[in-house]
Ligand binder design. Sequence first.
Ligand code: HEC
Ligand code: HEC
Length: 326
Amino acid sequence: MSRALISYTLAAGALALCMMSACKDDTTTNPQPTSGDKAHGEYLVKHVAACGECHTQRNEAGVFVDSLTMAGGREFPVGSVGSIFAPNITPDTETGIGSWTDQQIIAAIRTGRLPDTEDGKPTSDTVISPVMPYWLYANMTDSDVNDIVAYLRSLKPVHYEPTENTVPASLLVRWAPQAGIPDATPNNAQTQRGKYLVTLARCIDCHTAPAAGSGNPLAQGVDVSRFLAGGNRYVSMADPNKFITAKNITPDDDTGIGGWSTGQIDSALALGWDDQHEGLCPTMPWASYNAMVKADRDAIIAYLRGIPSVKNDVAENDPGTSCQHP
Ligand code: HEC
Ligand code: HEC
């Protein structure tokens, strides 16, 4: 089962009780003026965290629908039990997060907590499912999260109500912040920056297998003993009956990217080519990372080179899923 499907299977059912709009209607406080740096927030949202990969719908040709930028609606199937739909995070006051305070938005991003109910206490209904990677955003700096809020507030409000979640209310689980993310060797300012970026950019979520026992809805997070060693299967965007595999990106020479040059890793990250110059599929969000600044890409590469090698020969992509691009 793909990492994605497992995550989604674990996803909260509470939202079946707490429909997104109803949760928002509980919020009566006015938004506070925001102090963050909007331009830097835009950089993080578009080119590092790639929030739009989930919060903006694509059309049938796989292209983002501009008129629905950050307006939600992308469906995340939860096995056979239902679906989670990404919410509208534009500043529309009725269908988006326009009436939320900065603190409420920050809590959603870093802790997966929705605005409290009338009595002021968070309940099981106020937990966001871990499809939203708040468990990786937990250590986002105050400065970065404020910048993201400033950028979200500057977006065009889009009046659009995504479909309500259909998962049953029995699988609720709040994921703790992901623990055990390794430091690289050498451990220095550049590799620490790389570690931070690999977390924000969610490489960890896609390229690491789920923690053991994740068949159990109460299990959490990823298996750090196989950190970034790949293997999760994703439905091909080109053919929903076929799967592609997130690759082993540890420095293992045989099964990982230990033999790749820095230029080759950079080209995978920013241009979507593997070491054989085969096109990487858009599930790997290289098109978003394309405008990541070089210093940040270098930090990611330095970090990837210094993490523990894991031998893990992952499955090939299914035949007929090739993703050539110009
Ligand atoms: C992997 C997909 C994914 C990514 C990446 C992602 N989100 Fe989300 N986000 C979701 C989903 C799905 C939900 C709703 C989960 C639910 O209904 O349980 C959500 C919920 C939210 C909410 C709560 C909104 C509401 O009305 O409930 C906010 C705010 C939010 N995301 C902001 C962000 C920001 C900012 C980023 C980037 C820094 C981001 N998200 C990245 C999938 C994602
Ligand atoms: C949404 C899931 C997802 C995210 C997030 C993601 N990847 Fe990937 N990545 C994939 C998939 C799937 C592939 C395989 C694509 C293909 O074969 O067409 C891949 C391929 C790669 C490759 C090529 C490896 C090879 O052997 O061909 C590299 C390198 C890579 N990713 C690095 C990263 C880094 C670094 C990050 C974070 C900055 C990242 N990925 C984020 C899913 C993801």
